[in-house]
Ligand binder design. Structure first.
Ligand SMILES: Cc1ncc(COP(=O)(O)O)c(C=O)c1O
Length: 386
């Protein structure tokens, strides 16, 4: 079956964050919204059918996750990432952000140091700071070929840090970390007893030519000192169904974590997320392949357009995620001037770079999980920067 990603769907007036909060966020209800990380493509048929079938039953009471649900996730992780995950390692959590916040609470104390690699997804910052833990920035470096981890700095920071929250692959810079990079990070963390929380929500969105490495597959030791988070939500556009998985190979850690999650009553979830996730993990291989080819086409389109028409905008092509991280500092404008020009003149709703860390000042993150026509319109509007 050939899926059609060109269809433009009107999402307005559906309480949709990306469209219906435009006025509030951008001060302009007419921006073309390319910010929040969900997709403007329809959620695949097999996921919607599973939800509709379940919705037909007249009672929406409490439920539990059964063997077929976990087997679907196991099968997916094995087929796509060559990772054998026993069912007992997995626990349901409503969202990955909720999941890593609970990990911070369960495994660190107030004032403990937690490392994040900025610029990075804003909830990483909040998960540390809002619980009274101390943020330690292992800021990424820009190399010739793209962003790199600063291992020398990490060596120093790991001596006193308790935890590192890894974005694997990385949002917003689009790096698919190599096994070698992750091994080096894990050696430092293991030597210094730093627990690694690996957010792998984007791991299925690795673009052609790259390969994701699940953190827990690096070594037995690494597996014993980590929590990995996975979800079908980004991959299949199910974020509104709040269904994710924490994967914890270490039994003692798993018990600590699960006790915490259960005490918060965060382990229940909703019936629709369960069936949609299961159907996607069972039936989504072909759809995902086509999605990635389409997104790669969007990325190529934007890359070519910028290189030809707006060479002052600097970027590295992403290796994973459907986002691009664009550097507008070449214009010599302040962040406020850039923001005003982008939202009011260009009428584009991109994420503000400094929300990902102060090194993101002058950058925008643009979401390319949308029909090609939207991308073309965005590039036309961007010509106000010509
Ligand atoms: C790295 C990363 N983690 C987590 C999330 C959100 O996960 P959830 O909706 O499951 O909390 C996002 C969404 O953009 C993300 O980019």
């Amino acid at each position: 079956m050939l899926y059609n990603f060109d269809i433009v769907i009107d999402r307005s007036n559906t309480n949709c964050v990306k469209y219906d909060l435009r006025h509030k966020v951008f001060g302009n209800p007419d921006v073309l919204p390319m910010w929040v990380a969900d997709m403007d493509f329809e959620t695949p048929d097999f996921a919607r059918e599973a939800v509709m079938k379940r919705a037909e039953h007249p009672i929406y009471g409490y439920h539990f996750k059964d063997e077929p649900y976990f087997n679907a996730i196991r099968g997916w992780l094995l087929r796509h990432h060559q990772w054998e995950v026993p069912t007992e390692w997995m626990s349901f959590v409503p969202g990955v952000v909720c999941g890593f916040n609970m990990a911070v609470m369960a495994f660190t104390q107030e004032w403990d140091e937690v490392v994040i690699q900025s610029p990075v997804y804003p909830p990483f910052h909040h998960a540390v700071a809002s619980h009274g833990r101390k943020l330690v920035y292992n800021t990424l470096k820009q190399g010739e070929q793209g962003y790199e981890m600063d291992f020398d700095l990490l060596e120093k920071q790991a001596k006193t840090a308790k935890m590192l929250i890894l974005c694997n692959p990385h949002n917003p810079v689009g790096r698919c970390w190599t096994r070698e990079e992750l091994l080096r990070l894990s050696e430092i963390c293991l030597r210094n007893d730093v627990l690694v929380i690996s957010d792998e929500i984007h791991c299925d969105l690795v673009l052609p030519g790259y390969k994701h490495t699940p953190y827990a597959t690096l070594s037995q030791d690494a597996a014993d000192h980590c929590i990995v988070f996975h979800a079908a939500s980004k991959t299949f556009n199910l974020a509104g169904l709040a269904t994710s998985t924490a994967i914890i190979p270490n039994k003692a850690m798993r018990e600590t974590y699960n006790n915490y999650v259960e005490a918060m009553e965060a382990h229940l979830g909703n019936i629709f997320g369960k069936v949609a996730t299961q159907a996607s993990m069972e039936q989504g291989d072909e759809w995902l392949q086509q999605l990635l080819d389409y997104v790669q086409g969007n990325i190529d389109y934007v890359s070519d357009f910028l290189s030809e028409h707006l060479p002052k905008v600097k970027f590295f092509k992403p290796q994973a995620t459907y986002m691009m991280w664009l550097d507008f500092n070449g214009y010599g404008l302040s962040e406020e001037e850039l923001w005003r020009k982008m939202t009011q003149e260009a009428r584009l709703g991109f994420n503000r770079g400094s929300d990902f860390g102060q090194e993101g000042t002058g950058f925008f993150r643009i979401n390319l999980a949308c029909p090609r026509a939207t991308v073309e319109e965005a590039m036309r509007r961007l010509l106000v920067f010509y």
